[in-house]
Design a binder for this molecule. Structure first.
Ligand SMILES: [Zn+2]
Length: 160
């Protein structure tokens, strides 16, 4: 049996800035209001016969969204990004050896992913949800869709 969370109606959202390094138009820093949909399939279990408690899944996903909200998302594993200076307060980096950024650390999230496309963000958020789930033994898979605004998104399906 499947359960799902519709990010628009359950308020699983974040607003963030990013850049798709090397892309003609999306390579420039810009922002999206992201919406996260989550689907889980598994066996019903426990006292209430839930696949998973909606509240648990919502709380976990919302906390992850909050870590990304109102931040600049930096794909620290991109081969086209080089950190040139970093201390407790500031990070400086270049993109493609050319475009230089200097940002306060408090405004950025350094993500261990090669890009901040919806595709990469869906993998990142899926892995963070799975890490936080209390028990996955009765679950078959999780699928997380990250939407860039309404009407377009990328989803990642992970077998559990
Ligand atoms: Zn974008």
């Amino acid at each position: 049996m499947k359960v799902n969370l519709d990010g628009i109606h359950t308020n699983l959202r974040f607003s963030a800035a990013h850049m798709v390094i090397g892309h003609k138009s999306c390579g420039k820093i810009h922002g999206h209001s992201y919406i996260v949909d989550v689907e889980v399939e598994g066996e019903r279990s426990g006292q209430f016969g839930f696949v998973i408690d909606f509240k648990v899944l919502k709380d976990i996903t919302r906390k992850i969204c909050k870590t990304l909200d109102h931040r600049v998302l930096i794909p620290i594993e991109s081969p086209d990004l080089e950190v040139t200076y970093e201390d407790d307060k500031t990070i400086e980096f270049t993109l493609l050896g050319d475009c230089e950024y200097k940002l306060p650390k408090s405004d950025v999230v350094l993500l261990p992913i090669p890009s901040t496309t919806a595709e990469s963000l869906s993998i990142y958020i899926t892995e963070k949800i799975v890490e936080a789930l209390p028990d996955t033994s009765t679950l078959d898979y999780i699928e997380v869709q990250v939407n860039e605004g309404i009407g377009q998104g990328a989803s990642y399906h992970k077998t559990l």
